[in-house]
Design a protein around this ligand. Sequence first.
Ligand SMILES: *[C@@H]1O[C@H](CO)[C@@H](O)[C@H](O)[C@H]1NC(C)=O
Length: 606
Amino acid sequence: RHKNSYHCSQSSFKWLKNREEAMTIFYYFAPLLLFRLAISVCVSDIHISRFRDPKRVPDFEKFCSETIDIIQPVLVLVTGDLTDAKTKDKLGSEQIEVEWQTYQLILKRSRVMEKTKWIDIKGNHDSFNIPHLDSIQNYYRRYSAWHKDGSFHYVHRTPFGNYSFICVDATLSPGPKRPYNFFGILNMSQMEELSSLATESHHSNQTIWFGHYPTSTIISSSSGVRMVMSSATAYLCGHLHTLGGLMPVLHSRHPQGTLELELGDWMENRKYRILAFDHDLLSFADLNFEEWPAVLITNPKSLLYSSSTHEPLVKILHSTHIRILVFSPSFITSVKVSIDGVHLGDAHHVSGPLYVLKWNPQNYSEGLHHIDVTVQDAIGKSSTQGHTFAVNENLSLRFGFLSSLILLTDHYILARILFGLTVLVQITLLLIFRYLRKPTLKGPPGLVMLTSFSLHVLSKTNTFYYSVLILSLYTALGPWFIGEVIDGQMGICFSFGVIVGGHFLQGSLTFVVGILQMIFFNLPLMAYLCWCLLLRCQGHSFCSHIRHVRHFLAVPIHLTMLLLLAWQIYSCYFLQRTYGTLAFFLSPMKTWLSGNWLCDLLCDPG
Ligand SMILES: *[C@@H]1O[C@H](CO)[C@@H](O)[C@H](O)[C@H]1NC(C)=O
């Protein structure tokens, strides 16, 4: 029987050099096969950098050798941003060959590709500044383990079932420099390809999708990327890191039931994930590098992450053992299990990482329960893991509001709407006050009356009216700048997208930049003009009331405007650093505007 299982599983062990080695490994895995258990590891956003954090590389090498040796996964998924690809000043971006060589050297020295199936995919950083996929700059092709661009379907075959892993490659091609490739794009044909991969995977016991971008940062046509992957148990991604520490855990569930599990970065936080299919139930633990012992309770699995449409949850009710995976470089002295605070006993070691304890699930068939496992190792380190579970299939738990908001909102649509609204508000204000009759000024001047009065003056003075109107329309429609969006390739940037190398890349982050431009420049500029006009209306009946206001308000207002101007000038500098000197000069939106304004300010400081 064992021989048969070995033959079936040969494909997953094809890296084995000789038969003897094969047999040792097989014996190691044999009980796991009987327990129908497959273990894999994920890591994301490594950002190997030539300039920053010299510990990142040796730590990663240690991960590839020591951590992988301890966990012995059948598969490792690296979900993008293998290299940092940023210039020394952090503003520019380009593919740096030595970063890629370092990455490849780590894979070679640690021999990790001989120990496990290593699947590394591209992130947005790995596609900065690449004119086309065949370009020599596309070092991913040359130095990564996987080599091939585009989405694909990988099947991990075991004697007890097949497990599909489908990669979503939403990186841009051509790949503009930062920051305009923060969002991924899937066009019509890419979506069709994904949908045929999804059909292929229906034969597998379980399907996992993975990619660099969370679905909220992928622009997709037709039914949307979440719909295409609706048959998957989970979608694994990276990209958002931990939002600078704000969201250490970013997990949620699509309306279709698929889990979306963002994994924190290796770059700063040294995060990785252990993932296991135990009797076709998915469990995972997000861990920190070198924090041992690592504990993963696979049965009963966590209720929060259970999906009755994707998993045979009834197996929990029919199980005979509580199953726990424990990983540690040192000897494990005890694995204590308790449910609802009642100690059930010590789980005993079966093989490899697997510990089990007999239980009777019927005792827990009603309602919610909490399992806790405390693991102690020989060098005195311990770790406690726990979660809520239910044996009854009909219960479910909800994810946190914030992480759902971040993972399930289509941010590019939100940004597009908000940008459109801010532009609309400004134009509407101008139009209304241009054609509204001037109010008669009676009574004490309140804030509303002063605002409306100044808006009347602004909108009815042609110079101001047309300048502000054109500025607003231009922000929405005009080209913002022309520059080297990719080295050697001129591109034009609009609010609604970027044209480069004959391709139109749909707008996404551009709308966010547009919103910032509106909120921190166009609207304040209009307000500032109103304020200046109000100050100049000397001789008007109620202007004497304003005079005493002027003194204590004038300084902060001018200062604020100066600050906003400084921001504009900084963004000109940013433009020069990211897209070249030409972009600096050919940017009506930024340089010309700031220049104009600076002149105005210097010539007429009143
Ligand atoms: C995988 O699917 C096959 C066919 O449906 C089934 O016989 C097998 O038990 C499944 N594997 C597991 C681990 O449940």
